[in-house]
Design a protein around this ligand. Structure first.
Ligand SMILES: [Zn+2]
Length: 232
């Protein structure tokens, strides 16, 4: 049996653990901050508050029109009620009534404008709400898939950890620490398989002696990438 067999088995398990960890953190990130969902949610909140403001403005405009109408009624009641008889006073009331009516026209125009704005704001809000519901429904599906995948990966991780324990048992401590050091230096891959006479990690062709060593009781290292070589 080659000296590197145990390390190669450990490497295979560690690679699976690394992949599972990377995927798990990717899933976590996706679930935590979905840009699309955030964007439609923000738009809905904006249109919602714009709609509330527009409704309030329309109500205020209506109240101003109503108040003005009451004022006009009061002035006209005095004007035509027969109580006021003084011509100067009657003339003043007539002027006031005309001026108030003119102002009423302006207020009614403002009210119409406010109503139109409010109507549009309502339509925009409904659109945004629809979009939000659509994205929520679709992501609900995608998120469910991600949750399922997450559960599967967590289960796999548990069995990987057990397999790792078993793979660790026959490996001597000094060998293990150089394996760990190499893993840190070589982006997680410390042991490379010999495939078709070459290092599977970097592709360097290995001479016959090196290939023989990779099968022997001694450790052999790739002359190019420095990884431990394993050959069946
Ligand atoms: Zn190599």
């Amino acid at each position: 049996m080659s000296a590197s067999l145990g390390l190669f088995r450990l490497q295979q398990i560690d690679t699976q653990i690394d992949r599972a960890k990377t995927r798990l953190s990717g899933i976590q990130k996706t679930l935590e901050n979905d840009k699309e969902l955030k964007a439609v949610h923000t738009r809905f909140e904006t249109t919602q508050s714009e709609n509330q403001n527009a409704l309030l403005a329309a109500k205020n405009a209506e109240a101003e029109v109503d108040a003005m109408k009451i004022k006009i009624e009061q002035v006209e009641a005095s004007l035509y009620g027969g109580v006021v008889k003084n011509p100067k006073e009657l003339q003043d009331l007539q002027k006031e009534s005309a001026s108030l009516k003119k102002h009423l026209v302006t207020l009614e125009e403002r009210q119409l404008e406010a109503m139109l704005l409010s109507e549009n704001a309502g339509i925009e809000m409904e659109k945004a709400q629809n979009d939000l519901e659509l994205v929520q429904a679709r992501l609900g599906n995608e998120h469910k898939k991600l949750f399922d995948e997450q559960n599967e990966l967590v289960k796999h991780m548990e069995s990987f950890v057990q397999e790792r324990e078993a793979a660790l048992a026959p490996i001597e401590i000094p060998l293990l620490s150089s394996y760990e050091d190499l893993r840190k230096q070589k982006r997680g891959v410390a042991v490379s398989e010999v495939e078709d006479g070459a290092c599977a990690s970097c592709g360097t062709t290995l001479n016959a002696a090196l290939q023989q060593n990779a099968r022997s009781q001694k450790l052999a290292y790739c002359p190019s990438c420095g990884r431990i070589l394993f050959a069946k």
